[in-house]
Design a binder for this molecule. Structure first.
Ligand code: NZQ
Ligand code: ZN
Length: 390
């Protein structure tokens, strides 16, 4: 295990009813930019509860509505303009990962001193500061509420790009499972799968002995396996919702991956598929994860066998047989939640998808992905092709 530093400054306010404890987190006289999505928080009453909490504290509330899934750069730039014109000093995101990521970009871009904030994404220009950010999460999935990452799309250029900055860690994150009751089953499945894959990206990696990290990872996976289907089947199952919300936050807040190798090639390929075909983020991952691991079985076998044993309870067979069974059980788990596990199941995905993905990565100068940069573009092509052909 390698040396690591963890400094996660997010005040995590977890539990049912925590939205109603938002008020004291907002400085008196704050000038707030509220950022929300396509209307779910209006419909399920979360926005009204947030506005209640702001009353008497915020001096100004501007509202950027309509941030869409896979947040769009142009739309976020309207938020940046608003923040600058109205001299706003707190960005408050109320929504899922897209709203939070969008708010992170706005917070960074509003303080960006270069000519064009697009550079934050396109050339990873340094983010030297950002407006303070607060979060009310409504969809357990991305972990964005407690990390320093953001993913933004610019569809006029066909791009979906990410940035990371210490300055966009939220000051506080409210994770109130009550507000997730209104999630459609489809989004619950997305959340469970995304969180599961986040852990796999930090766990199914080359051998290092990091026993505590491994057990952190396995406990998050076991929690998703046990409680994901329960909350998917019955949104009223409060303990199950609590468990999944908790697990999704911990899947990507820096703890599981501290001191161990990380992969992220499934995410890199998935982002290209979303940019090309609009696949939901989690579904883009599930469509290439299995092909990715199967084609790299040699370097993944030992950990997949451990996954099989510790998460799926597989006790017999050779290492390879256990690894294959672990993958099979994981695939069945995703499918049980209604999530497709190959591109062949998406009729809009064209035959040339593998070539297009490779060309897009090459165009941006990306020639290798994954841990130890072990996935070259030829392998990316094979992963996507295998998935396309089922
Ligand atoms: O837009 P509204 O009306 O709010 O509806 C949303 C949206 O349609 C709806 N929703 C959210 N909470 C709801 C609800 N509907 C009913 N009740 C609620 N309580 O769900 C839909 C999807 O929302 P979205 O925010 O797009 O989903 P998710 O949280 O999965 O976020 C996906 C985005 O996060 C990025 C992805 O790439 C994608 O752009 N990611 C961010 C990461 C990070 N910052 O660390 C890591 C991830 O790997 C991921 O890349
Ligand atoms: Zn993800």
């Amino acid at each position: 295990m390698s040396s690591f530093v963890i400094h996660n400054p997010v005040r995590l306010m977890f539990g049912r009813g925590q939205v109603d404890a938002l008020g004291p987190q907002v400085p008196d006289g704050a000038r707030v930019l509220l950022v929300t999505g396509g209307g779910s928080v209006e419909r399920n009453g979360t926005l009204a509860r947030v506005l209640d909490q702001l009353e008497g504290r915020a001096a100004v509330i501007e509202h950027l509505r309509g941030v869409q899934p896979n947040p769009e750069y142009e739309q976020l730039m309207a938020g940046v303009a608003l923040a600058r014109q109205r001299d706003l000093d707190l960005v408050l995101a109320v929504g899922g990962g897209s709203v939070i990521d969008g708010a992170k970009f706005i917070a960074a871009a509003a303080r960006f001193e270069g000519d064009d904030p697009w550079a934050i994404l396109a050339s990873r220009a340094t983010v030297a500061s950002a407006l303070p950010l607060g979060v009310v999460l409504t969809l357990p999935a991305t972990g964005s509420e407690m990390n320093h990452l953001s993913v933004v799309s610019r569809s006029e250029l066909g791009l979906k790009l990410s940035f990371a900055s210490e300055h966009v860690y939220p000051r506080f994150a409210i994770v109130d499972p009550d507000v997730t009751v209104s999630l459609p089953q489809w989004q619950v499945a997305n959340g469970v799968v995304d969180a599961f894959v986040h852990v796999l990206e930090q766990y199914v990696t080359p051998p290092v002995e990091a026993p505590l990290q491994e057990r952190f990872a396995e406990s998050v996976l076991q929690t998703l396996v046990e409680y994901g289907p329960r909350t998917w089947t019955n949104p009223q199952d409060a303990p199950a919702r609590d468990a999944v919300c908790h697990a999704a936050t911990w899947a990507l807040n820096g703890v599981v991956g501290a001191g161990v190798p990380q992969d992220w090639s499934t995410h890199m390929i998935g982002h290209e598929l979303t940019a090309l075909y609009g696949l939901d983020h989690a579904r883009s991952l599930a469509a290439v994860l299995f092909q990715n691991f199967e084609l790299r079985m040699e370097s993944k076998v030992w950990r997949l066998a451990q996954l099989a044993e510790r998460v799926w309870g597989v006790r017999s067979g050779t290492e390879l047989e256990r690894a294959q069974l672990g993958l099979e059980r994981t695939r069945a788990f995703f499918r049980q939640l209604g999530v497709a596990t190959s591109l062949a199941e998406y009729p809009d995905v064209r035959d040339d998808v593998a070539d297009v993905v490779v060309a897009r990565l090459a165009e941006r100068g990306i020639t290798r992905l994954g841990e130890g940069r072990s996935v070259d573009l030829e392998l990316v092509r094979r992963i996507v092709q295998t998935s396309r052909h089922g």
